[in-house]
Ligand binder design. Structure first.
Ligand code: NAI
Length: 737
């Protein structure tokens, strides 16, 4: 069905020529009663004539249409509407089209240039529309068109006055659409392009000719028809093409922290993210826009952190930010293999500051040494391949910007002394992904195996700047936590200088990031010089503890945890402060020259300190094996599910003392996360050992070969004897207990 306007009264302003004339003719042809308004001046707003409007009225009437002329300026809006009311008794449709130009470069724009443009375009549209408003409201029908311009939307040289007024009309239309809604008054805005006297100075004649006004009018007619429900829309139209525009908004970043003042530096640091339109939203109302701010207020106040994507709900945000914990957690990275010889061990030792100056260090630097060994913190090296080889980039649900990745924390636990050569396999799993607001933390658990044997476990805590706000949790029970040092002054302090080439040396162990060697790269990262690797300081600190509290006995090393707080420059001195609390040595590292803390919340756990060694335990009452089982219990708590995977068996122990049953223990590594039971066991064990407390200790300390003990009748075994081999995984580490 064709669209008609029978019974409707239309006012088209500036309809004496150009686009307005085209609209007036089209409305007239389709049955509307048309008020043809035109002041009949020149394009700059000068002069006045009734001829232009009269001519269009005649054209409409000649085709059998109804039309009346009005020669007032749109600034006298009431008069235009009065003409409609006087002639046709009502007003249904207002097309605000009248316009002039006074183009000037901004510096040369006079008060008059500014005011005249605003008076005709913006104030004129206001005056006309306000005069029609109550009539439309009362009759519960109204259609209004505002004529904006690409110059307003995008800006245009020499049209500061015009651009401002034209975008002002869009603002006016947006509000009229809202206020008119319940009265069936619709208001839309067009930004047309057509050849007319206004454009003949800026467009070549050919183009002017082909961009006909008749290619714009059909849109205006549709928007003004009672069938059209569009309101508050903005359309570009020309050459027979019509497109709709809307606002797009970047996801943005909150740069304010709870109880902290908001700073321009925080804005600067987040600038790229603030301006990044990836996954932008399209707010369509002031409510949607405000909702963001309310969201930010509640997030900052309740969580104390910063949020990145406050507009979207948790579910949509997670996909928007590229992090989806549900998808990512539990994902395994491709397995990596690390082959090494004594060269890597020596290079690493040099990298973390060992020197032939110290006779103690020779056994880490000389493969021919009787006790040649690998430093325990070398355990991070095979594991880092999982990170460096880009395995993280392929994890589904972890779509992050790898240039924004910082090494936040590190945990390393050794289950047996590291070999000095061989092949190690590392298996990395995304243990958890945390939402810290300003960024995301990825916890990467890496188990490193020699053959089937678990050698060490690393937890890499990686901070991804700007990747937070996906609605995830802030903490994880899987995270190896930092522990602050005791409040007293440190029990011991070791100061050690790094060399100018410390980072150049350390990087040969496999961390090739140019940040540690290339001055221009470091400058891009905001550092005045290439910085030392965090894991290099980590190696220094661990060495200091081992020397201070374990007499360099490597088998005493159990675990280390640190947080990397600030960078160290090669050549600076590291000051490791230590506090002994049982087998835990709390550490804090500073740069001596600046007193800046570089490693914090850190500790090294040692295996059984001398005073807790079994030899010195009170004899008689307590069983020595208690201590071993307690440690096994801790181990199961820490990594039970990993052990269950490897061992998959239930071991039962009957410990005797002076020929009598003294205790029973069951190590269940078959179900769930594993468990240790004390006392009689009702379930079915795969293998049961009976052994005296003393012989048990001899075995775990490596002093008595289990096979010999078996043949000598000291160790009785029932069930699947082959499974006892797997005990190595959990018992061997206790050789030095
Ligand atoms: P035009 O100059 O042919 O038509 C404008 C009409 O408005 C003229 O007939 C003029 O006498 C009349 N007029 C000027 N001041 C008036 C006043 N105070 N009261 C009553 N009538 C007055 O120009 P055109 O191109 O048809 O422009 C129509 C509208 O479209 C204008 O608002 C213009 O700014 C806008 N526009 C046009 C574009 C184009 O490519 N032609 C581009 C962007 C916007």
């Amino acid at each position: 069905m064709s669209l008609t306007f029978e019974g409707k009264v239309v006012l088209v302003t500036g309809a004496g020529g150009g686009l307005g004339r085209e609209y007036a003719l089209a409305f007239g042809e389709r049955g509307a009663s048309v008020v043809v308004n035109d002041l009949g001046g020149d394009i700059k707003g000068g002069g006045k004539s009734s001829a232009a409007a009269d001519k269009v009225v005649e054209e409409i009437r000649a085709k059998g249409g109804k039309a009346v002329a009005n020669y007032d300026s749109v600034e006298d809006g009431e008069k235009l509407i009065q003409t409609a009311l006087d002639t046709f008794g009502r007003i249904d449709i207002v097309v605000n089209n009248a316009g002039i130009l006074r183009d000037r470069s901004f510096a040369r724009t006079s008060d008059l240039d500014w005011d005249l443009i605003h008076r005709v375009h913006l104030r004129g549209s206001f005056m006309v529309t306000r005069a029609a408003w109550n009539h439309m409201k009362n009759q519960k029908f109204g259609r209004i068109i505002m004529t904006s311009s690409a110059a307003g939307i995008y800006g245009n040289f020499g049209q500061a006055n015009y651009s401002a007024a034209k975008l002002g009309m869009l603002g006016l239309a947006n509000t009229l659409a809202i206020e008119g809604q319940k009265y069936n008054i619709h208001c839309n805005t067009i930004a047309p392009t057509a050849g007319s006297r206004l454009t003949q100075t800026v467009m070549p004649p050919d183009l002017l000719e082909s961009l006909k006004a008749e290619y714009v009018a059909p849109l205006v007619l549709w928007l003004c028809h009672e069938q059209c429900q569009e309101s508050g829309g903005l359309f570009e139209v020309g050459a027979g093409w019509i497109g709709k525009l809307r606002w797009e908004r970047s996801r943005g970043r909150t740069v304010r922290y709870k109880n902290q003042s908001m700073t321009p530096e925080a804005v600067r640091d987040q600038w790229d993210n603030i301006c990044d339109f990836t996954d932008a939203t399209k707010p369509a109302s002031i409510q949607e826009s405000l909702h963001t701010l309310v969201d930010v207020l509640s997030k900052v106040d309740s969580e104390g952190g910063v949020a990145a994507n406050p507009t979207a709900s948790a579910a949509t945000a997670s996909s928007a930010s590229g992090i989806n914990p549900i998808e990512a957690v539990g994902q395994k990275l491709p397995e990596t293999t690390f082959s090494f010889s004594h060269t890597q061990c020596i290079l690493y030792a040099l990298g973390v500051g060992m020197s032939t100056k110290d006779p103690d260090h020779l056994r880490f630097l000389y493969e021919g040494h009787e006790y040649f060994s690998c430093l325990p913190t070398f355990g991070v090296i095979p594991s880092q391949a999982a990170m460096m080889d880009g395995g993280l980039t392929s994890v589904p649900g972890l779509n992050i910007d790898f240039t924004q990745v910082l090494h936040g924390e590190q945990y390393l636990e050794l289950y047996k002394p590291l070999p000095t050569s061989g092949n190690l396999k590392s298996q990395a799993t995304i243990a958890d992904v945390l939402d810290k607001g300003s960024g995301a933390v990825i916890l990467l658990d890496v188990n490193t195996y020699s053959g089937e044997e678990l050698v060490c476990y690393n937890q890499w805590s990686v901070f991804v700047v700007g990747a937070g706000g996906f609605g995830g949790k802030r903490t994880s029970e899987k995270a190896k936590t930092l522990v602050p040092p005791p409040k007293r002054a440190p029990d011991a302090v070791v100061i050690d200088s790094t060399t100018r080439d410390q980072a150049a040396l350390y990087r040969l162990s496999g961390d090739w990031n140019p940040l540690h060697i290339d001055p221009s790269f470091a400058a891009m990262g905001g550092f005045k010089a290439p910085i030392l690797h965090g894991l290099c300081s980590f190696g220094f600190a661990a060495r200091h503890v081992l020397k201070q509290y374990a007499n360099n006995d490597l088998s005493r090393f159990k675990a280390i945890k640190v947080r990397f707080v600030k960078p160290v420059l090669p050549g600076q001195s590291l000051q490791t402060e230590m506090w002994k609390e049982g087998n835990r040595i709390h550490i804090q590292c500073k740069v001596k020259e600046t007193d800046a803390v570089v490693l914090s919340g850190a500790y090294v756990d040692l295996h059984g300190a001398p005073e807790a060694s079994p030899e010195k335990l009170p004899q008689g009452g307590g069983l020595q094996s208690e201590l071993v089982f307690a440690e096994i219990g801790r181990r199961i708590k820490d990594m039970g599910s990993e052990l269950v995977k490897q061992v998959n068996a239930v071991f039962h122990w009957e410990i005797t003392k002076d020929g009598k049953n003294a205790a029973e223990w069951t190590i269940d590594l078959k179900s769930g996360a594993g468990a240790l039971h004390k006392g009689p066991y009702s379930g079915k064990a795969d293998v049961t050992f009976t052994v005296s407390d003393e012989d048990f200790m001899e075995v775990v300390q490596g002093k008595l070969n289990p096979q010999k003990a078996f043949f000598a009748g000291k160790l009785k075994v029932r069930g699947n004897i082959m499974l006892s081999q797997k005990l190595e995984v959990i018992l061997k580490d206790h050789a030095k207990l």
